[in-house]
Design a protein around this ligand. Structure first.
Ligand SMILES: O=C(O)CCC(=O)C(=O)O
Length: 299
């Protein structure tokens, strides 16, 4: 029998799905265990050290991760898909892929694989009313549609905090509800600064996943504590979307991808998007999935 990629559907409880529809995001706790967070975090710290050790001017090669931001208090690492078996296990975690597909209403492919490790900006005075680097990744009319009364977005992220996020620890901030409002982004950001109750911030134990539509306006929060924040992010898009990153997979890695994960990694040269839709009240598929159920290449 052909192997299949078994992932949950629906992956969200009706209440999680309702929260997502209203706000454009939902925080799902306990997606990763403490041990899984520690493992991914130490792999990220190793990658950070390795990139820092590169000779200045030497560009990372194909398949190798790189810094998109390289500051003393903040590194933004991109193109991590091949860099450690735990990252591939994260990106193929059946529950995470299931959550992304539920929001997309379609089969997923990976379009980004990134991480942030950041701490308080040394020079910045913590502010009670900070300004954020708000942005979204796709516009509402092009990226979204509805089915069975539920919102869907063709570009979705699963962002998991590997460190605990208290109110001062810089959790992601979002302009709640902006995922479905077709107005100029700068106008919505201005309204959110006028009424800060519109800005929601992730406060969650380590191992929680922020699932959000990329039409949602979002940004890194302000760190006021002495704690380092570490998050891992996988972006998923419709299977006909290209990978949104600088770096192709190596042929060696591509050759190892199991048949049932080829579409997830490589997409499809076809516009048949594999629709999958739920009703709000459909119960969640309760099967437990762990990082070990994802694909650890070379394992
Ligand atoms: O650092 C964060 O919390 C937000 C990350 C972000 O803006 C993104 O993935 O697009």
């Amino acid at each position: 029998m052909e192997p299949t990629f078994d992932r949950p559907f629906p992956a969200l409880t009706p209440a999680q799905r309702y929260h997502f529809d209203i706000n454009g995001y939902v925080v799902v706790p306990k997606v990763l265990s403490e041990e899984e967070c520690t493992g991914i975090l130490s792999a990220m710290q190793r990658i950070k050290t390795e990139i820092r050790a590169l000779t200045p001017g030497v560009e990372p090669g194909r398949g190798e991760p790189r810094f998109l931001v390289d500051l003393p208090h903040h590194v933004f690492i991109s193109d991590m898909r091949e860099a450690d078996p735990l990252f591939s296990a994260y990106a193929t975690h059946p529950r995470l892929v299931g959550m992304a597909e539920e929001v997309m209403g379609a089969e997923a492919r990976m379009v980004e694989m990134n991480a942030h490790i950041n701490s308080r900006k040394p020079e910045a005075m913590p502010s009670a009313e900070p300004k954020f680097d708000f942005h979204n990744g796709m516009d509402v009319p092009y990226a979204s549609h509805s089915k069975n009364g539920l919102f869907h977005c063709s570009f979705v992220k699963t962002l998991t905090n590997l460190t605990e996020l208290g109110p001062d620890d810089g959790g992601t901030v979002v302009v709640a509800g902006s995922h479905k409002i077709d107005l100029p982004v700068e106008d919505m950001i201005a309204r959110a600064y006028e009424d800060r109750s519109l800005i929601h911030q992730v406060v969650a134990p380590a191992g929680s996943t922020l699932l959000f539509a990329e039409t949602l306006i979002h940004a890194t929060g302000q760190i006021r504590s002495d704690r380092e924040r570490a998050i891992i992010i996988c972006g998923y898009g419709s299977t006909m979307f290209p990978y949104w990153g600088g770096c192709d997979l190596t042929p060696e890695f591509t050759a190892k991808i199991p048949a049932q994960l080829q579409t997830l990694y490589l997409g499809k040269a076809s516009w048949l998007r594999g629709p999958r839709y739920r009703n709000l009240t459909d119960p969640v598929d309760p099967r437990p999935f762990t990082l070990a159920d994802g694909w650890h290449y070379g394992a």
